[in-house]
Design a protein around this ligand. Structure first.
Ligand code: ADP
Ligand code: C5P
Ligand code: MG
Length: 205
């Protein structure tokens, strides 16, 4: 079970989440580092539910909701959507699912994402899985991903790398200073990366 932090300060939807107290692993790494690919493997072998913040935001755009236009514009620029929007989507997805262990992929992306999630939900991750990969390799992967994503073009890819370096690495450093980061060399072929991932999850199951 996850650890509740400052639970007394939490209001609204967060309180239902506190009661559920799910086990959460944050899956972080640059764009194209292989988070989604490896999460699918972890789901298959270790019984977690995979929630990708980017996928939830894309789905929200598809619903035509009032925030949809704003989210779509921000994603096409590679910038980070306000935390309250993303956290609501994550909370809803966790509460709608019966599972009690989740991989949260691509979140938190900056300090504001991290601190808002912590204060709104009272949840601390069990650990952070960090996929470490060079920009050259990530760029190659993104340019050949072929999933029809508007942000997989060279201009937006460069902006996303800049956001990762300037904002997301801070989050990884923060958890590293708390001894919570499990770093994986993600530049290897996917099968080899999964061997390293298995070595992290197998002792826990
Ligand atoms: P992320 O979710 O981190 O953005 P994805 O899992 O979508 O990354 O992977 C990006 C692209 O790279 C996809 O086309 C995927 O098939 C491919 N890919 C994933 N892992 C590897 C790997 N270890 N080596 C080569 N290509 C990979
Ligand atoms: O993780 P993924 O590559 O699918 O994210 C795509 C985009 O979704 C990001 O570039 C960003 O615009 C948005 N996003 C966000 N906040 C998050 C995760 C993703 O704004 N926590
Ligand atoms: Mg992804």
């Amino acid at each position: 079970m996850g650890t509740n932090v400052d639970a007394a300060n939490t209001e609204g939807t967060g309180s239902a989440l506190i009661e559920k107290n799910p086990k959460i692993v944050f899956v972080l790494g640059g764009p194209g580092s292989g988070k989604g690919t490896q999460c699918a493997n972890i789901v298959e072998h270790f019984g977690y539910t995979h929630l990708s913040a980017g996928d939830l935001l894309r789905a929200e755009v598809q619903t035509g909701s009032e925030n949809g236009t704003m989210i779509e514009k921000m994603m096409s620029e590679g910038v980070i959507v306000p935390s309250e929007v993303t956290i609501k989507l994550l909370e809803r997805a966790i509460m709608e699912n019966e599972n009690d262990k989740f991989l949260i992929d691509g979140f938190p992306r900056n300090d504001e994402n991290r601190s808002s999630f912590e204060s709104l939900t009272g949840i601390e991750p069990e650990f952070v899985l960090f996929f470490d990969c060079s920009e050259d390799e990530m760029e190659k992967r993104l340019l050949t991903r072929n999933q029809g994503r508007k942000d997989d073009n060279i201009d937006t890819i460069r902006k996303r790398f800049k956001v990762f370096t300037e904002s997301s690495l801070n989050v990884i450093n923060y958890y590293n200073s708390k001894g919570k980061v499990k770093k994986i060399d993600a530049s290897k072929p996917a099968e080899e990366v999964f061997e390293a991932v298995k070595a992290v999850f197998a002792p826990l199951s």
